[in-house]
Design a binder for this molecule. Structure first.
Ligand SMILES: C[S@@+](CC[C@H](N)C(=O)[O-])C[C@H]1O[C@@H](n2cnc3c(N)ncnc32)[C@H](O)[C@@H]1O
Length: 227
């Protein structure tokens, strides 16, 4: 039994499961997307944990966030959560190197709610390049919230780009920051993805540009608030 777990995994520790049960809230559309992803999508364990998505939605509402960066779309669960949380004129830019899973599993479900679906702006291609393009387009300082959940090797790069793109007071959530607990064990940091996440955790903790906290929620969330 792991004390680091997504609530839809059976291995959740009872305390972790209890916290998730008293945190996660899903609309019928979110429940449908979760069911479809876990049943039919390849590598379904990449699906965002519902308790993390609810926590992010709460932050977006609390911040009054309108413009959101969602790095790592997969089937669209995180993009859907942020689109539900931003106001009608809000925008969620969701980035993935390949939107095939989003088109196949996400779009048929998300498009049932046009009001929410139209807020989602899919950007296909390597995430670092896509974020660099926004920076080159002069969009630094214009986003309110960012969720980083794509390839782990680029986590530090994504963090850097998101710090630049966020306004003062904007918030970053970095998902999988505990990586099933592997980052806590020096012997496991020989794995490149574990090492990349561990380095990013150190970097955020030491970063003077943000206030931060590493939380044991889902597979770990490193939160950073831009000063
Ligand atoms: C963990 S999944 C995202 C899960 C999603 N945020 C959710 O809540 O369900 C990670 C995604 O990152 C994408 N990805 C991998 N390498 C990437 C890259 N270099 N640039 C952009 N996206 C990438 C994968 O295709 C995959 O869909």
């Amino acid at each position: 039994m792991s004390i680091v777990a997504k609530s839809y995994e059976e291995s959740a520790d009872p305390v972790v499961a209890y916290c998730a049960e008293h945190t996660a809230v899903q609309t019928p559309l979110q429940a449908e997307l979760q069911k479809e992803t876990l049943t039919n999508a390849p590598h379904s364990g990449m699906l965002g944990a519902p308790e993390v998505l609810t926590f992010g939605e709460n932050f977006i509402k609390f911040l009054g966030a309108k413009r959101v960066l969602d790095v790592g779309t997969f089937t669209g669960a995180s993009a859907l959560a942020w689109a539900l949380a931003v106001p009608d004129d809000g925008e969620v830019f969701t980035f993935d190197i390949d939107h095939a899973n989003y088109r196949k599993f996400g779009v048929p479900i998300l498009s049932k709610c046009e009001k929410t679906f139209k807020k989602i702006k899919p950007v296909e291609g390597p995430g670092v390049e896509s974020l660099d393009k926004l920076i080159a387009d002069g969009q630094s300082g214009t986003f309110d919230f960012a969720f980083i959940d794509a390839d782990k090797a680029n986590y530090s790069n994504y963090y850097e780009k998101c710090v630049s793109l966020l306004r003062k007071g904007g918030v970053i959530f970095v998902d999988n920051s505990l990586w099933d607990g592997a980052v806590c064990d020096p012997a496991k940091r020989t794995d490149p993805r574990t090492a990349a996440i561990h380095e990013m955790n150190d970097k955020i903790y030491q970063d003077d540009r943000t206030y931060s906290a590493l939380l044991n929620l889902g597979d770990g969330i490193h939160m950073a608030f831009k000063k």
